[in-house]
Design a binder for this molecule. Structure first.
Ligand SMILES: Nc1ncnc2c1ncn2[C@@H]1O[C@H](COP(=O)(O)OP(=O)(O)OP(=O)(O)O)[C@@H](O)[C@H]1O
Ligand SMILES: [Mg+2]
Length: 363
């Protein structure tokens, strides 16, 4: 899973990214310090893995991971080549979701590209650039498709209709995701990698003082603004996240507790990203390793097995499934079997979050 971090310059993207990866991407108090997109990988926190490691006395644990892309700041006119615009936009076409960082902290020492902190204006600026950029992609495709459609190809005519529909939506200042695409339409537009079809998570970056207290006016305005989109707004303080990213787990917990927070902002971002993309986790567990696997909700057992190896999917026979809670309650897989809590499922079974699975296959 890939998430691209976007936002205006100097809003805290690299700070958040640093927290995510400790990779030391440059973060400095001037716009455009991030020139190349930086890629960072973070493991998805899952308490169940540690419990299973203890149960099986496993040698190692392998959590699932999310890739984050730190992308240079977008400014007004980016889609027309202002700032680092086009390069930036090309970099986010490949991500699965967008984390849009919006500055919700005042600090006269930290320059704002438009002179004043104003979350909804900032958000509009970025969203418009995404729309403009998609319009350009669409125009190009429409030209090509309409040429082909003239030669009477039915498929091209259908495609052209859909493209024009999306264009109208974008021209109305809305995201392409406004439209519910059916499967055939999605087949066509998927290849366009439109930015405005990607799920978005808004990250309100607030000051240290504001992170544990009630929403400040800027966060309130932001939430009000995106209410109708149904998008989630997550309040974090990027600079705190960066600070605690180096801490040991106990130290981190202590620190968060003192601040009055129950979990780190980063964990919140990861969890919401997961949910946003409809992802769930199943687990394979044994003395050698405990491992988490990411699948989309609704994935059937053979395709889930295919995540491990294509042979597992090709030669799939059955899946032996014990839900995590049941396995822990039983105290061992032998006991879980005795109690009849381990089920045998076939190729039509939809894997659930927290299923601990042993796949049987034959190739
Ligand atoms: N929540 C916060 N409170 C106070 N200062 C912050 C907060 N988050 C980030 N900063 C500070 O804001 C400045 C800009 O942050 P950062 O470099 O992460 O921005 P950026 O979005 O990556 O910018 P660019 O697009 O130019 O790369 C840094 O000095 C950083 O320490
Ligand atoms: Mg940066």
């Amino acid at each position: 899973m890939k998430i691209g971090i976007v936002g205006l310059p100097n809003v805290g993207k690299s700070t958040l990214f640093n927290a995510i990866t400790k990779a030391g991407a440059q973060s400095a108090n001037y716009p455009f310090c991030t020139i190349e997109p930086n890629v960072g990988v973070v493991s998805v926190p899952d308490y169940r893995l540690d419990k299973l490691v203890a149960l099986y006395n496993s040698e190692k644990t392998v959590p699932t991971a999310i890739e984050f892309f730190d992308i240079a700041g977008l400014v007004k006119g980016a889609s027309k080549g202002e700032g680092l615009g086009n390069k930036f936009l090309a970099n986010i076409r490949e991500v699965d979701a967008i984390a849009h960082v919006v500055r919700c902290f005042e600090d006269t020492n930290i320059v704002h590209v438009d002179g004043k902190v104003d979350p909804t204006r900032d958000l509009e600026t970025i969203n418009l650039e995404l729309i403009f950029s998609d319009l350009e992609v669409l125009e190009r495709r429409i030209q090509k498709t309409s040429k082909n459609a003239k030669s009477g190809n039915k498929g091209d005519k259908v495609e052209l209709e859909i493209l024009i529909k999306i264009k109208e939506i974008l021209e109305g200042g809305k995201f392409a995701s406004e439209k519910n695409f059916d499967e055939d339409e999605w087949e066509i537009i998927k290849s366009l990698q439109l930015l405005t079809t990607k799920p978005v998570l808004y990250i309100a970056n607030v000051s240290e003082e504001d992170v544990a207290s009630e929403d400040n006016e800027m966060v309130k305005a932001l939430k009000e603004y995106v209410k109708d989109e149904g998008s989630e707004v997550i309040k974090i303080c990027a600079s705190i996240e960066e600070e605690i990213s180096q801490f040991e787990p106990e130290e981190k917990e202590e620190f968060l507790r003192e601040l009055g927070l129950s979990e780190s902002g980063l964990d919140k971002v990861i969890k919401s990203g997961y949910k946003l993309l409809g992802l769930i986790t199943y687990i394979t567990a044994g003395p050698k390793e405990v491992r988490a696997w990411t699948i989309t909700e609704g994935t059937k057992a053979p395709q889930a097995a295919g995540k491990i190896h294509t042979d597992f999917e090709r030669g799939f026979i059955r899946a032996e499934i014990t839900p995590y809670e049941k396995l822990m309650e039983a105290g061992s897989d032998v006991k879980a079997k005795e109690l009849g809590w381990t089920r045998v499922e076939g190729k039509d079974y939809e894997v659930k979050d927290g299923d601990v699975i042993l796949f049987r296959f034959n190739v």
